[in-house]
Design a protein around this ligand. Structure first.
Ligand code: HEC
Ligand code: HEC
Length: 389
């Protein structure tokens, strides 16, 4: 009997616990539900993403991340000049690259909160969620040992970028009274921590998906490419043509990058003077002058080009691959035509190749209101976002 009553007592307390969890004690907060957030379903996109189990995408997480991404107070710790947000450098109209007209730009590099220039030119923020190889020009954030969250943490602390401290950033964000409720909605409690700041920012960055360029509409059978664009596409994906596809995809790989760190035949006198190349990460001499292949999506908006921003136009880039290649002992074996200094395109072929590259521009991405600055009209946080639906 005694045994039964123990079991029964145990069951009764379990049921009470279940009831309490379901109904909640009187006066408790609503059950925590940050809302399911799914990336757009694109049939020909990769199914794998770099979303860590510890930081799944949620509607409230992405929403909080968007405010943080555009909040100038994230960097403003010295004086008004050091006010800095992710969007000071990553500008939506430029595919979340800096853009040539950005007043923080110096020779393709950006100046951070402490006034120092970044070591490399910018990288755009596009389809980052699908990069399961490595992040950064030198691929220092190798997946899966390092995550986007780690890159963002480094960005916030780096003297060439935010030059912040963990406690300084936490205190600044905590001190803005409408942030703690947004943290509660995204993470279950209103605690503002540095880790949560990085997690929410990573969620917003992962939500930036470009899948509506002319090339995408062509892939979906909704439009056709012009003769010129089609010729450029064929050149792009053939070895005897412009031979771009081994590194930049185009068939099968719609991210337009393998994200492998490689030497692509830039002038070694210039390219190999940078101490922060792939060799800095790997310690391998063969990685001297190697950089991670960048995506070509939205390339029209993301000048200047290459890790040091040496080219300002696509014409210059195409000339480089056509007749400007330099041999060096560790050049990627995929640069098949280096013996001829390049793929030797005719002027008409160059024009076609450029026309194809321009089909990767996604106007709906650079104008998507859900990616835009939520503070623009100084409204109540969230107002713009809701009215943009
Ligand atoms: C001062 C300018 C500046 C600011 C501010 C800035 N970035 Fe960047 N970002 C860069 C530069 C430059 C790179 C390329 C760095 C490199 O790889 O050497 C970069 C690279 C990145 C990358 C890697 C992209 C890829 O394809 O590998 C991500 C992600 C990123 N930034 C996110 C952010 C976020 C989030 C913020 C805000 C917390 C931010 N950045 C603030 C300049 C900036
Ligand atoms: C062997 C691999 C490889 C091949 C083949 C290749 N690229 Fe690249 N591409 C790279 C690498 C690596 C970089 C970055 C190099 C750097 O910044 O130092 C790059 C950079 C670029 C950039 C600059 C992007 C930016 O955001 O700054 C453009 C544009 C480009 N490539 C276009 C092309 C075109 C067009 C072709 C074909 C004619 C081509 N690439 C062939 C590896 C390759």
């Amino acid at each position: 009997m005694k045994r039964y009553s123990v079991i029964f007592g145990f069951l009764a307390s379990c049921m009470t616990a279940v009831w309490m969890a379901a109904c909640g004690p009187i006066g408790a907060e609503e059950p925590f539900d940050p809302g399911y957030f799914s990336l757009p379903e694109v049939a020909y996109f990769p199914t794998q993403t770099n979303e860590p189990a510890a930081n799944p995408l949620s509607t409230e997480g992405v929403r909080l991340g968007r405010f943080l991404f555009y909040d100038l107070r994230l960097g403003g710790h010295h004086d008004a000049d050091s006010l800095l947000s992710c969007a000071s450098c990553h500008v939506q109209a430029h595919g979340f690259e800096s853009g040539l007209d950005n007043d923080r730009l110096e020779n393709g590099k950006m100046r951070g909160a402490a006034g120092f220039s970044t070591v490399h030119a910018m990288l755009p923020l596009v389809n980052i969620a699908y990069n399961t190889r490595c992040l950064g020009w030198n691929g220092a954030f190798d997946y899966p040992s390092k995550h986007l969250e780690d890159l963002i943490r480094a960005t916030l602390l780096d003297t060439a970028e935010f030059a912040g401290t963990v406690s300084g950033i936490e205190e600044r964000i905590r001190g803005i009274d409408w942030y703690p409720p947004l943290f509660a909605a995204a993470f279950g409690t209103s605690q503002v921590t540095f880790d949560r700041i990085c997690q929410a920012l990573a969620q917003f960055v992962r939500s930036l998906v470009s899948h509506d360029s002319k090339f995408d509409r062509f892939m979906r059978g909704e439009t056709i490419l012009s003769d010129e664009e089609m010729k450029g596409y064929v050149l792009f994906v053939t070895e005897e043509g412009a031979d771009c596809f081994h590194c930049h995809g185009g068939i099968g790989n719609v991210l337009f990058s393998t994200y492998e760190p490689l030497v692509n035949g830039l002038d070694p006198q210039e390219a190999f003077t940078d101490p922060y190349d792939r060799a800095f990460v790997s310690g391998q001499a063969s990685d001297k002058g190697a950089y991670r292949v960048p995506t070509l999506r939205n390339i029209e908006y993301t000048a200047p080009y290459m890790h040091d921003g040496r080219f300002t136009t696509l014409e210059e880039v195409i000339d480089q691959y056509s007749e400007g290649l330099h041999y060096s002992p560790h050049i990627s074996p995929l640069m098949h035509h280096v013996g001829d200094k390049g793929v030797q395109l005719t002027p008409v072929e160059k024009q076609c190749l450029k026309a194809f590259l321009l089909t990767l521009s996604d106007e709906n991405f650079i104008r998507n209101p859900l990616y835009s600055n939520p503070f623009r009209h100084d409204t109540i946080p969230g107002f713009e976002e809701e009215s943009a639906q």
